[in-house]
Design a protein around this ligand. Sequence first.
Ligand SMILES: [Zn+2]
Length: 292
Amino acid sequence: MILGLPVSVAGCKDKIIWHYSTNGACSVRTGYGVAMEMQANGELGRKGTGGCSRRDEGDHCWRDIWDLAVPNKLKLFEWRCCNNSLAVRVNLIRHRMQVDSLCVMCAEVDETEHHLFFECAFGRVLWYCCSLQLDMGCFGGRDFRDYWKGLCMRFRENNRYEEVMQECVFVLWRIWKSRNDMVFNGVFVNPMDMVHVIWKQILEFRVAQCVERGDPDECKMGQRVIFAGQPVRWGRPPFRVLNSIAMGLGVGNLAKVAADSERSGSTAAMAEAAALRPAVQVCIELGCQMWR
Ligand SMILES: [Zn+2]
C-alpha cells in the first residue's frame, strides 16, 4: 500500500491528514460522524443496521432507497427528499436565500418537500390518477420521510412491491419536474398529461433494464405491454428489401407524388405523407411487424 502511494512531483513534505473531511483537517464534528457510521455498520463492536444516513432509527429507509429499481439519479433525488435537502423554497430560505416561501403550484402553503409531493393539490391528482390510484389524504406525517415510510409500509407485503415503489419514485420525480417547469419556464403542466409521461418513462426504463441484461424474454414488466411479444430492438431488414424501400419507393415515389402535388396544389407535408403510404403498404406485405 505504501509503495502504491504516488510521489509528489512538487517535493512537498509528508503530513498526516484526516481524509474524512474535504480539507484534511480533523474536527469533532467529522469525528462524531465517522463514529456514528462505524457504529451503525457494526465496526465498533455492536451489530449495525446497514448503510445509513443521519436520523437512523433502525428502520430500512435508507437501504430501501438504494435498493429501488430506478435510475441512480432518482435514487439520489429520493435520498435528498428524505434528508430535506431538496431545493424547495423552505429549504432555500433556510440557506438564507431571498425567495417567496409559498408553494409554486398552489401558492397557499409553504413549499416543503412533504407539502409539494404529498399534500399539494397538483401532486394529489397525480397520485390518484396514476395506476397506483393513491389517495394521499389517507397518509400523514410531519415530513417527507414520514410519508415515504408510510408508502413503504403500505406496500411492504405486496408481491409487486418493487414495481409499486418504482412507480412511486417516478411519480415523485414527475412532480418535481413539473414544479421546476413552473419555476423556470412559467409553464403549468396538466397533471393528466403527466400521468402518461410517467408511465412512458417507467416502461422505457424497464425495457432498457431488460436489454441491459441481454435477455428481453425474461422481462417481466413492460415488454408485454409495449411490444406485445415483439423483439425489443428494431431489426434491420435484409439489404435488398431495405434497398428497394429506400430507392424504389422512398425516393422515386416521392418525386412522382411531388410532381402530382405541385399540379394539385398540395403542401410538402401532404406530398411526403402520400409518398410514404405505398412504402408502408409494401413493408406490411414484406412482413415487417414493428413500426417505430
Ligand atoms: Zn402547493
